[in-house]
Design a binder for this molecule. Structure first.
Ligand code: CA
Ligand code: CA
Length: 297
């Protein structure tokens, strides 16, 4: 072998070594540190974005990283009676499992319900990319705000990150139905937060009403019901009980039309105050009880 060929081989080896270092270094040093941007979207809560720069901070003992998405609500002087949620995500990037979404032994995406001791609702993983949940209370039981005035977490989901190099992914919380019971407030007002592991990216001011929540054009807004609000004026008062009593007494409007059209699903739900699926005198009693308990004039 000539000296010149040896020199060429040495140079090629050196180049290969340098190239090898650059080729290998990003894979070994930075493979687990690619930022993952998680968008928490909803048709009811405002969207928020959180970027995870170092998922190793969220690892368990097995080296699996977990992220938590929470949808919060502050609905002053209100109780949550029913919420139907359809949570979707990309199963290539995230994994939801009952194993790490439990309160005690109960699979739960409604932590406020478990906290208040009124059950956890029903949670099903309908498909690989979807979790469907329903919480329902026959009594106005679960406060929609904390004692210290802060927002409560209404929907919470823990996901294992399957693809750390996905770059970006989204969780979408579709609220299909929401029923609340009102105390004496002049105007319903609700404050929403969406939190991804402590990062609050969006927050509405107290006093904003449901109608100001922006709903993406591609999504239907949820049906929001105030149970007991027979006359649909935004609050539960003795007038609602009186209207229902007049309906039972077969009073009619001046044009002869019935006072209530209970074939309308939303009207039926508002009127069925004790949530037994029937409209009868017990609903009047329930409204009167609510009014008395909450001190509404
Ligand atoms: Ca009313
Ligand atoms: Ca009823």
């Amino acid at each position: 072998m000539t000296k010149r060929i040896k020199t060429v081989i040495s140079v090629l080896l050196a180049l290969a070594l340098v190239a090898g270092i650059f080729a290998i270094a990003p894979l070994t040093a930075f493979a687990d540190e690619a930022p993952l941007t998680v968008t928490a979207a909803s048709n009811f809560f405002p969207s928020t974005v959180n970027t995870y720069y170092d998922l190793s901070e969220f690892e368990d003992d097995n080296g699996d990283a977990f992220i938590t998405v929470e949808y919060k609500m502050h609905a002053d002087q209100k109780y949550l009676i029913n919420i139907d949620v359809d949570l979707t995500y990309d199963p290539e990037v995230l994994e939801w499992s009952a194993d790490y979404n439990k309160t005690g032994n109960v699979i739960n995406i409604f932590p406020f319900a478990a906290k208040n001791g009124f059950g956890s609702g029903i949670v099903n993983q309908a498909e690989e990319n979807r979790v469907v949940g329903n919480f329902s209370s026959v009594r106005p039981a679960a406060w929609a705000y904390n004692e210290d005035g802060s927002a409560v977490t209404v929907v919470k989901a823990v996901f294992k990150v399957l693809d750390r190099n996905a770059g970006a992914t989204a969780v979408n919380c579709i609220v299909e139905y929401l029923a609340m019971c009102d105390e004496a407030v002049q105007k319903p007002y609700v404050q929403y937060q969406v939190v991804a592991d402590g990062v609050v990216d969006s927050e509405l001011e107290l006093g904003e009403t449901l109608s100001t929540v922006v709903t993406p054009a591609s999504q239907e807004p949820p049906v929001v019901i105030l149970v007991g609000d027979v006359d649909n004026d935004g609050q539960v008062t003795i007038s609602d009980a009186t209207l229902l009593q007049r309906h039972f007494a077969e009073f009619t409007a001046q044009d002869g039309a019935p006072l209530l059209d209970l074939t309308d699903e939303a009207a039926f739900t508002r009127t069925d105050a004790n949530r037994d699926g029937k409209i009868d005198i017990r609903d009047v009693t329930q409204i009167q009880r609510l009014v008395a308990e909450f001190g509404i004039e």
